[in-house]
Design a protein around this ligand. Structure first.
Ligand SMILES: NC(=O)c1ccc[n+]([C@@H]2O[C@H](COP(=O)([O-])OP(=O)(O)OC[C@H]3O[C@@H](n4cnc5c(N)ncnc54)[C@H](OP(=O)(O)O)[C@@H]3O)[C@@H](O)[C@H]2O)c1
Length: 428
């Protein structure tokens, strides 16, 4: 029977779970792939740390980089994390030394994926990263294999469980952002430092990888990114009254031969499928030809879902299935131009907190008409006993640059009490 020698580097949340899973499921994986997965070495930063996994002394590598040189090793699973530092060193060296690599590291792939895939292709080894995008949702393998027939025109959805949990809990439990985040940390749904989850960076990295696979292009860093930190309870309540939910969505789409990549909070109709995805779940929606629309939903993070994705990558290598990391050969990938969001049109929600005084409303509506943005709906809610009110405007579809111009102009007015808000609306 063939055997594949594996080194797992990084034994934190994910690495420990994977180690146990591989040991416990060795037999069934061997039956399914006709090859024995053997964990030959493991490594992490601190040798003396108490671990939840037991292993033989001889399995521990003092220097994690030795895995990349060891003749016995066929596959290195990188579970350190981060785009730079030890993870980068490990993966570059492993591929250069003709070792297969499986990684869950979205930051590394979004930044260095093009360079890494070139080395993997040259050395005829696998570079697999299913676990880097949406945990247990098998979107990478679906794009490369199950949906190979399709010309994809749009991919979008909820790619971050933490931000989705925060927004849905604010809505359902009637709590403000800070209280919900505190609770999310307690429940283990948010890391101690959840900044990349909340500012859109995590979704941005995942979306860049997905765009590249959907459009056969190199990774493209022209992406609009906005997180959820400015969303407050009033926005959630206003959205509800207007028939919407607020979700942090990532979109990559072709419109009139232009590609747009964007991540931002979005008002989406309550009746839509995406609006029904609550808590830490992720959902990916693909529009393609000939398939039409296809949806995959599931756990986006956590050791069990991520291990499911890692095992699918490892099994592919156990079967000896050498593939191009980004689906097609490097020389066939294109350097596509991605367009700036400012040229794309949106219907939008704008919220202004203003001092209640005569002339304010007409000044605001004049600025809209001067910028040729037409108003579909306007609501004015006085904030009792404060001398101020909220003005909420829903616009017809207008170029983003005009909406931003309005926002900037009005934010400078002396009747403005707080920074105005702009949330784009998904009309589907
Ligand atoms: N957590 C999730 O739900 C999730 C989901 C999808 C993808 N991912 C990705 O999976 C990867 C691992 O995440 P995690 O949550 O398991 O992280 P983690 O719990 O912080 O574990 C990181 C591991 O890397 C090791 N490490 C750090 N610096 C090292 C160095 N210089 N040399 C060797 N080892 C080093 C640490 O060693 P010590 O144990 O000795 O400190 C630790 O075992 C990341 O890329 C993450 O983005 C995570």
């Amino acid at each position: 029977m063939k055997k594949l020698n594996i080194a797992i580097v990084g034994l934190g949340n994910i690495g420990s779970y994977l180690y146990k899973y591989l040991n416990d499921n060795k037999k069934i994986l061997t039956k399914k792939t006709n090859c024995v997965p053997t964990i030959t070495f493991i490594s992490a930063k601190n040798k003396k740390k108490k671990r939840s996994v037991s292993f033989k002394k001889s399995q521990w590598l003092n220097n994690y980089l030795d895995a990349t040189k060891h003749k016995k090793i066929d596959l290195i699973v990188e579970l350190i994390g981060g785009a730079e530092g030890p993870a980068k060193k490990l993966v570059f060296n492993a591929l250069k030394n003709k070792k297969h690599v499986v990684t869950a590291n979205k930051a590394l792939i979004a930044k260095y994926g093009d360079k890494l895939s070139k080395i993997a292709e040259k050395n005829k080894v696998n570079l697999e990263f299913e676990a880097a995008v949406c945990g247990g949702v098998p979107i990478i393998r679906s794009l490369k294999e199950g949906l190979i027939a399709n010309k994809i025109t749009k991919i979008y959805g909820i790619f971050n469980g933490t931000s989705n949990y925060v927004l849905s809990a604010m809505d359902k439990e009637n709590k403000n952002f800070d209280d919900v985040l505190k609770n999310a940390k307690k429940l283990g749904y948010a890391e101690a430092n959840p900044i990349a989850d909340l500012n859109g960076a995590d979704v941005s990295a995942k979306l860049k990888i997905l765009s590249s696979l959907c459009f056969n292009s190199f990774l493209n860093h022209n992406i609009y990114v906005e997180g959820i930190k400015n969303i407050d309870k009033s926005d959630i309540d206003n959205a509800n009254k207007l028939g919407y939910k607020i979700k942090l969505l990532g979109y990559s789409e072709i419109i009139n031969n232009k590609i747009y990549q964007r991540v931002h909070p979005t008002l989406i109709k309550k009746s839509s499928y995406v609006a029904s995805i609550d808590g830490v779940l992720n959902a990916v929606i693909i529009d393609g030809k000939p398939i039409g629309q296809s949806i995959i939903q599931g756990e986006g993070a956590g050791p069990s879902a991520t291990t499911s994705a890692l095992i699918s990558d490892i099994a592919s290598i156990l079967r000896g299935n050498i593939k191009y990391p980004f689906s097609i050969p490097d020389k066939e990938r294109k350097k596509l131009n991605f367009s700036d969001i400012k040229e794309r049109s949106f219907s939008s929600y704008l919220r202004f907190e203003v001092i209640d005084k005569p002339g304010v409303l007409s000044n605001i509506t004049n600025i809209f008409s001067k910028n040729k943005v037409s108003i579909k709906r306007l609501l004015q809610n006085p904030n009792k006993g404060t001398g101020s009110s909220s003005i909420i405007i829903i616009t017809h579809s207008s170029k983003d640059k005009f909406l931003k111009r309005i926002l900037n102009e009005i934010s400078k007015k002396n009747y403005i009490k707080r920074k105005p808000k702009l949330i784009r609306i998904d009309q589907n």
